[in-house]
Design a protein around this ligand. Structure first.
Ligand code: 13P
Length: 261
């Protein structure tokens, strides 16, 4: 049997000051995180802005919490004259377990290429941080019938760094579903996530069955159940709904009901 954990990952994007982040944790923690912590096959992580990683690290340690920290970006160089960038080693100081690489907001707004994304993922794994590699199509790609070709190309280019053994997480995030309140249907999510696993299997064989593939884009407490019921959807990367500790708590509790895949 595979032992893919159900992963519920908050992506706060450019939201929350220190006071807001710690306040969020104080509300979220008692209701959901403790319950999730009792289940070995559920992983909860918060990908927070750089400025709140340290206060969250301190607060999570104080709570002896199993909630993991994640960052939203990393640079591929280890150090040097790269104004404004952050290295994997700097993230590691706060036990950052995950880092989002290649989110579509960065690919689209900041012209991050898949080659850059691959280098970022490579820097993360070298430092022992698991990349959450984001891939996904625009509405024009989908309408043009090019979904599968697009996903395959993005995966191959973004995974150029990968030696097929290191732990990675992949998130399928259709651009048209992000922040629009228009989630993919469970069938759409399963089709894309199943195809991603097929591409990973061609590349890495059985290892692909151990890789967590998440869905992201318009996830809410209302639709999380049907998304997690999909055989190839192992969890969710949650934007807007994760900002509200009650809503994210409900999403985590839904994940606690899932059977391991
Ligand atoms: P929303 O959940 O706000 O649609 O954002 C999804 C996302 O981009 C997660 O990385």
């Amino acid at each position: 049997m595979n032992t893919r954990r159900t992963m519920l990952v908050a992506n706060w994007k450019m939201n929350k000051t220190v006071v807001e982040a710690v306040g969020w944790l104080n509300t979220f923690y008692p209701q959901a995180a403790e319950r999730a912590a009792q289940q070995e096959l559920v992983e909860v992580a918060v990908c927070a802005p750089f400025t709140v990683l340290h206060p969250l690290y301190v607060a999570l340690r104080r709570l002896n919490s199993k909630v993991k920290l994640g960052a939203q970006d990393v640079f591929w160089q280890e150090r040097g004259a790269f104004t404004g960038e952050i290295s994997a080693e700097m993230l590691q100081e706060f036990r950052t377990k995950y880092v989002i690489c290649g989110h579509s907001e960065r690919r689209v707004l900041l012209q991050e290429s898949s080659e850059m994304v691959s280098r970022k993922c490579g820097a993360a794994v070298k430092a022992g941080i698991t990349p959450i590699l984001c891939v996904g199509e625009s509405i024009s790609v989908r309408r043009g019938g090019l979904l599968l070709q697009w996903l395959e190309a993005q995966l191959y280019e973004s995974l150029a760094f990968w030696d097929n053994q290191e732990t990675i997480v992949v998130a399928y995030e259709p651009v048209w579903a992000i922040g629009t309140g228009q989630s993919a249907t469970a069938a759409d999510a399963e089709q894309a996530c199943g195809y991603i696993r097929q591409v990973l299997r061609e590349r890495a064989g059985e290892m692909a069955d151990h890789i967590s593939i998440l869905y992201g884009g318009g996830v809410t407490p209302e639709n999380i159940g049907e998304l997690l019921d999909c055989p190839n959807v192992d969890g969710a990367l949650v934007g807007g709904a994760s900002l509200d500790p009650d809503a994210f708590g409900k999403i985590v509790l839904a994940g606690c009901k899932e059977q391991p895949k």
